[in-house]
Ligand binder design. Structure first.
Ligand SMILES: [Zn+2]
Ligand SMILES: [Zn+2]
Length: 142
């Protein structure tokens, strides 16, 4: 008897094998969480319910090749690109792509960014300079 979670793991493993064959230059390593380690390592968790979409997202990071960012806005742009790439990859590997899942993930970045950029003193949206410091147009002297 093969239970449902084993069946799912077999399906995930089958997808992982197809991905490995298509991208032999990328290292895939089992881990607790999904993560892209530049330049070419993707960490994955085979037992995660969202394995297909998450591995394609991290593979997206590996394939777009932009890993550095100076500002948080740039970081969000990289996340958007990685999700766009994941959508293409989902077609390529015939895996369903869950737009809501991708949007929710991006929203958590946007919320994080929003709370970071709001000035605690006056509520204005602050701007970030390449040294990663935030500045409030109202409160900070130029
Ligand atoms: Zn990401
Ligand atoms: Zn302020």
């Amino acid at each position: 008897m093969v239970n449902i979670s084993m069946q799912k793991n077999i399906k995930n493993e089958e997808l992982l094998n197809r991905i490995r064959i298509s991208y032999p230059k990328i290292n895939f390593k089992p881990s607790q969480r999904f993560l892209f380690h530049p330049p070419n390592t993707v960490a994955y968790n085979l037992t995660d319910d969202n394995f297909p979409i998450l591995i394609l997202h991290e593979l997206g990071h590996a394939l777009i090749g932009i890993n550095s960012f100076e500002t948080d806005i740039e970081r969000i742009k990289i996340e958007v690109s990685a999700w766009e790439k994941a959508r293409e990859l989902a077609q390529k590997f015939a895996v369903p792509f869950d737009d809501d899942f991708a949007e929710n993930n991006l929203d958590s970045y946007r919320n994080w960014f929003h709370s970071k950029s709001i000035c605690k003193k006056c509520g204005q949206t602050r701007y970030q300079t390449p040294d990663r410091q935030y500045h409030c147009p109202n409160c900070d002297p130029f």
